[in-house]
Design a protein around this ligand. Structure first.
Ligand SMILES: NC(=O)c1ccc[n+]([C@@H]2O[C@H](COP(=O)([O-])OP(=O)(O)OC[C@H]3O[C@@H](n4cnc5c(N)ncnc54)[C@H](OP(=O)(O)O)[C@@H]3O)[C@@H](O)[C@H]2O)c1
Length: 324
């Protein structure tokens, strides 16, 4: 079968399409024929050797997919060949078929298509874990989302609205502003052209944001922290801007606020039952149309490197997919 391959850590342009052996379902595993795979920033980091997880070379990237079960391991009772599933294999989704532990797969509701399912698990799982479990978002609070038109960012905008928060989205362009407004943001700040801290203060009558969702890092983190309300919470989600910020401890003290680390992959590994409960709740909301992933581009497997590059160049909005 065909699979994308990373043979050496480096630029995503170095990825190649290779003929590799068919996966075989072992104990507790499924083989899924991939119909669509979601692209995430960590894929691009992993290929460059910049992610906290460094797979053994060569490897096939791809952390999530939707497709059809083609084989089940001997002890798998919950799935059968032909079932439509959405899954987050540890790796390997940018391929025609992938091996997935059955505990990392969920049935796709009848109302949901493969593309929406493939665009859902990682981003919504991360943003839900961040806002609900870590940030305890509450109705009436002000939620500031950085990188709000990106994968996890747009999911955070939608989940924040679902929980009754007032959402301020921060983005870098007019197109991204429009996308956030269409997805329910109450206010949008262009954090490249405008001063983030003063705009948040203006929009909150000087109170600041109760909850800050930060997948961007760099200089934006300190500006966001300076806009945090008394006893607010800063959710440290990622560093898409590249630089890992240092937080001035005096700001945390003066605001009586907290900085909370969010690492969904580790949460799903360490607290699998809680994570499955989250995912089941999330998939029910996807089925009901309460959460709607925005798929902005779909690339064939032959152009998978371009898909990853679009995230690195800050061109992607919502979710980008790869279809084998
Ligand atoms: N903690 C976790 O469990 C977890 C899970 C998934 C992802 N993440 C992390 O969250 C971050 C976002 O992931 P994603 O998949 O949502 O990525 P994405 O779709 O590419 O979104 C990233 C956003 O960051 C902003 N950004 C600012 N500076 C950037 C730069 N120099 N290059 C690229 N983007 C830049 C962009 O918005 P503007 O152009 O509007 O600034 C972009 O929309 C990544 O750091 C990723 O590793 C963390």
């Amino acid at each position: 079968m065909k699979a994308l391959q990373c043979s050496a850590f480096g630029p995503v342009a170095g990825l190649t399409l290779a003929e590799v052996p068919e996966p075989v379902a072992g104990e507790g595993e499924l083989v899924v024929a991939v119909r669509a795979a979601g692209v995430n920033f960590p894929d691009a980091l992993m290929v460059q050797g910049k992610y906290q997880v460094k797979p053994a070379l060569p490897f096939t990237p791809g952390l999530e997919c939707a497709g059809t079960v083609v084989a089940v391991g001997p002890d798998v009772a919950d799935f059968r060949p032909g079932d439509r599933v959405v899954a987050y294999p540890p790796i390997g989704a940018f391929a025609e078929r992938v091996r997935v532990p059955a505990r990392r797969a969920f049935p796709i509701p009848a109302t949901v298509d493969f593309r929406s399912a493939a665009a859902f698990l990682l981003t919504y799982g991360t943003s839900w874990h961040a806002l609900v479990n870590c940030g305890r978002v509450a109705a009436g609070e002000t939620l500031l989302v950085l990188g709000a038109a990106g994968g996890v960012g747009l999911a955070a905008v939608q989940i924040g609205k679902l929980f009754g928060a007032r959402v301020i989205a921060a983005v870098s362009s007019a197109d991204k502003r429009a996308l956030c407004m269409r997805n329910g943001a109450d206010e949008v700040i262009d954090y490249v052209a405008e001063d983030l801290k003063s705009r948040v203060r203006e929009l909150t009558a000087d109170r600041g944001a109760d909850l800050i969702f930060d997948p961007v890092g760099g200089d934006f983190t300190e500006a966001a922290l300076r806009s945090c309300a008394w006893r607010g919470r800063l959710l440290v989600v990622g560093f898409a801007a590249g630089a890992i910020p240092r937080l001035p401890a005096n700001l945390i003290l003066l605001k009586g606020c907290s900085a909370i680390g969010v690492l969904w992959g580790e949460y799903s590994a360490r607290e699998p039952e809680a994570c499955r409960t989250d995912m089941t709740a999330l998939i029910a909301r996807l089925a009901a149309g309460e959460l709607k992933p925005h798929v902005s581009a779909v690339y064939p497997l032959t152009q998978a490197a371009d898909a990853l590059q679009s995230l690195l160049e800050r061109r992607a909005t919502g979710k980008v997919l790869i279809e084998p």
